[in-house]
Design a protein. Sequence first.
Length: 301
Amino acid sequence: MKIGILSRKAELYSTRRLVEASKKRGHSVSVINPLRCYMNITSHNPTIHYKGEKLEGFDAIIPRIGASITFYGTAVVRQFEMMGVYCVNESMAISRSRDKLRSLQLLARKGIGMPVTGFAHSTEFTDDLISMVGGAPLVVKMIEGTQGVGVVLAETQKAAQSVIQAFRSLKANILVQEFIRESKGADIRCWVIGSKVVAAMLRQGPEGEFRSNLHRGGYAVKLKITPEERSTAMRAAKIMGLSIAGVDLLRSNHGPVVMEVNSSPGLEGIEKTTGVDVADLVIEYIEKNAGQPKKTRVNKG
């Protein structure tokens, strides 16, 4: 097979591992910077050009689209779809997962457990917004933030009012969520491929830090998740329409709750923590699904 990986940096761990796994399984592979692609959008002959040449002959595309380039990156993925190329995560699913509000609304509509969440833009009724999610402590998030940036824990009513007012002054859309105290600064990252959770790890934030992002000084350990956690992760990925996803869960007193569904989850943390060759499993999944009609390839294990 001829596989393309849409990634801005070939040296990134996740990109390198996918290249290695592709070659190990006998495929040819190219790393393509989506921002360097330019497209001919026609109904009879859609094409993508890259470095002065037409991109053609690809059997599968693995999108590794960063949040900062979602708009253009998904346009490139969509163009490959127009050309009939199998994309392991489709453009619509990537866009859906990147829109935090939309993704939470979709998950809520399907009955997935989530923290109680409020959404606002410029409301002056901050006390009502705070009480909506059960009062302080609570978490305030800028809806455009990623990797823990723009996420604030407000431990008191006054702190919550101040943070919300500060975000209001930025004309920002914000999410206000109940604080799951019992999670103790830890979350679970489940790696979903097709209809299976292939690996899971518990990520623990450093002392005094409620965010568990590894790049903020946290650590991770291999974890055996419960059947309910496994089912929740698989359902969340399916609702988003993602064949490959990183689903972040918190353990709450009322069961697992979904924090986020990531369409380009990193490989480094999960592989080094669990010892699972996730990159190989991604390529194996593509081998099983790339040549099949769309309806039969969805959510196959």
